[in-house]
Every structure is written in C-alpha cells, then in structure tokens.
Design a protein around this ligand. Structure first.
Ligand code: GLA
Length: 373
C-alpha cells in the first residue's frame, strides 16, 4: 500500500483566535500520523490502527452515517474523512486504511487533525486528484467537527496541510475562510529558522491530557460568541481595546481581552519574523500570551504554569501553553546552549511537585501533509 503522512503542529502564537476570525502562526512538527491506503472496489472501508490493535473496523461505504455511533471514538476521525469524500460525490468504492500515529495523544499537538489530514491527502490522491490544499483543509475540518463531533477552528487542519519546512504559517482566518474561498494573502509562509539564530524550540508535554471534547473548549467558544453579540460585531476579530469597557459582564470582558490582545501579539510576531529581527524578541510575546491565557481566558492548568515558570527561571526567552489548554504541552524558546538546563529544570520541578516526568523534545518548522515516496 502507498503511504501518506500528515504532521501535528505547534502554534507559535495565536491561541483561541481562530474561531474568532483572527490570526494564528503555527509550525508543523516532524512527528506525524502515517496512513497506508489503497482502493479495494468492494464497497467496504476496512480500517485499523497500530495504536488500537484490538479495534479493527469494517463498515460499508453506504452505511457510514448509520454506523457512526457504533464505531470506537478514534475511528470517527478517519471515517469522518471518508464520509466527507462520499458527500462530496467523489468515487469511494472501497478502501483499506492502516493508521500509525507518532503524535502524542492529548498533548495539545493536534494528533486528531494529523489523523484526519493523513487520511484526507491519501483519499485526494486515490479518489479526487483535483482537490486543492484549501479544499483538503475544509474536508479535514468538516470530518472533525461533523462526524467526529469535536468542535475546532481551522488552526490545526490548516497547519497540518499548509505548513512548509523552514517556515511559520501566518493565517488570517477570516480571509482564509471567506465564503468565496481564501482571499489573496490570507495564508503566508514566513521564513523561520530558530537553529540558524542559535535557538531551539522546546516542547514539554506535561502528560496532563487535554481533551477538546470536554466542555471547557465549547464553553470558551460560546463566551466569545456572546461577547461579540454584546458588542454587535460579527466576531471578536472586529473588537479593539476601546470597545472592551462596553462589556458589562466581567467574564466576557476577560475573554474578549485575551482575544484582542492575542491577535495583536500574532500580528507583532509575524512582523518580527518578516523583518528579520532577532527571533529572541519573540520570547516576550510568548510569555505575554501565556499570562493572558492563564488570567483572562482561564484555560491554563497548574502543570502548564509550572512548566512555563520553570522554563523562564532557567533562562528561556519566553514560554507558553499551546493548543486548547486545560492540559497538554508548553512551548519554550531557548538558546540552544541552554536546552539541557531548561529541560532539567522542568523535570526537577515536576518531580518536586509529585508529577510524572514530562516528555520534553525540540521541534523545528517541518513540512506539511504529503505522500511518502
Ligand atoms: C484547539 C482547536 C483549534 C484552536 C486551538 C486553540 O487546538 O482545535 O482550532 O482553537 O485549540 O487555539
């Protein structure tokens, strides 16, 4: 069988801005989900995963929707993608799919989007070669939000499909998701080479899982929508500092404050990378993002704060939680020479707090989803 890979992502900055029509700046990881796939012509979807050896799934193409509730939760992501191709009228006449994922689960590094995107690029090549990368983002997003039933913005899927090695992807989500298709300039590849500047991006997976299907994420989205309604705008993207005092509800005001300031930080970070300035200056924006996520948006968690504080104490230029929050991973920008010291400090603090050892590794801006040759 031929094989395709789609990466997980880490968002440099721009958290909880995507579903507010704002800005994000992710990179793809070299860790990805691999999907081996072939057409079989027998009308069945046969699916297995190396991570779930005891749970192979077999469903008739025509019965995907009817069988949704009966298949294991992990299988709804790949089957959701197949369902979207069927809905789109593409010739899906039977498939064998074998999944093998290397993105840690529940780490806030988009393992589920990587899974959907790996199946999506495979099915593009097998059944629908004329689809554009932006079509693929839409399909993977629809599979996750529809069939899998997990609410997300477009950050994860666009990062997995559109990111390129050596670049951060600056996305203006409103322009990217415009009804007539992405507007010019909505997605921009900005060169970013931390290693060349003597820097490393350190990811610390705290091991405290985050789960988008939990209520916290949906509640934040609802609060953002309520704040936008109260201010009579289409999305919090349209709000500026001076509008914030008009929000009487203190919770909604805090949520909106995060989104407004976070959008400004993403724009500042993108300007900084474009200008060729020393990327160490990104650090202050990362740390400010974390403070805002902790105090205004209230999606951090004690283990995330501990990892951020330990990294900063050990000399990181900046650090913040990444992804939806409530658990998952922290990103720290460190001098390469300090990588071991920052790692050791985080591990020591976790041990002292009685937490299991976190998984800490460096990442570099890697390539997006593709066929493996
Ligand atoms: C999750 C969602 C994304 C985004 C982030 C927070 O990863 O899938 O769409 O909202 O949380 O920035």
């Amino acid at each position: 069988m031929d094989r395709w890979i789609a990466p997980g992502r880490v968002n440099l900055i721009g958290e909880h801005t995507d579903y507010n029509a704002g800005f994000v700046l992710p990179i793809a990881l070299s860790l990805g989900v691999v999907c081996a796939a072939e057409r079989t012509g027998d009308g069945l979807v046969r699916l297995r995963s190396a991570q779930r050896p005891g749970e192979p799934v077999e469903v008739a193409v025509g019965e995907l929707a009817a069988r949704r509730a009966t298949v294991p939760r992990w299988a709804r992501y790949p089957l959701g993608v197949v369902h979207e191709f069927v809905r789109g009228g593409h010739p899906v006449d039977g498939l064998r799919l074998a999944i093998d994922g290397a993105v840690p689960l529940g780490a806030g590094l988009s393992s589920s989007a990587a899974l959907c995107c790996a199946v999506t690029v495979a099915l593009r090549d097998l059944c629908a070669p004329t689809l554009t990368p932006d079509d693929l983002v839409g399909i993977a997003w629809a599979a996750e939000n529809g069939f899998a039933g997990v609410p997300t913005g477009v950050l994860d899927q666009s990062a997995s499909i559109r990111c390129t090695a050596g670049h951060a992807l600056f996305l203006d989500v409103r322009a990217y998701t415009a009804p007539g298709g992405p507007e010019p300039g909505a997605a921009e590849q900005i060169p970013f080479d931390p290693a060349a500047a003597g820097l490393a991006l350190l990811v610390a997976d705290t091991g405290h899982p985050h789960d988008l299907a939990d209520g916290g994420y949906a509640e934040r989205r609802a609060q953002c929508e309520a704040a936008a309604r109260a201010l009579d705008v289409a999305a919090l993207r349209d709000v500026t500092d001076t509008d914030l005092p008009r929000l009487a509800d203190p919770v909604l005001r805090r949520r909106a404050t995060h989104v407004v300031t976070e959008n400004a930080r993403v724009v500042a970070a993108a300007d900084l990378l474009r200008s060729g300035a020393d990327p160490r200056t990104l650090g202050a924006l990362l740390s400010a993002s974390h403070r805002s996520l902790r105090t205004e948006f209230e999606v951090s968690a004690p283990a995330l704060d501990l990892a951020v504080d330990a990294a900063l104490d050990a000399g990181a230029h900046g650090a913040r939680m990444v992804g939806g929050g409530f658990g998952g991973s922290v990103l720290a920008l460190v001098d390469r020479a300090d990588t071991a010291a920052v790692t050791a400090r985080i591990e020591r603090r976790f041990a002292a707090a009685g937490h299991a050892r976190p998984r800490i590794f460096t990442v570099e801006p890697a390539a997006g989803a593709r066929r493996l040759r």
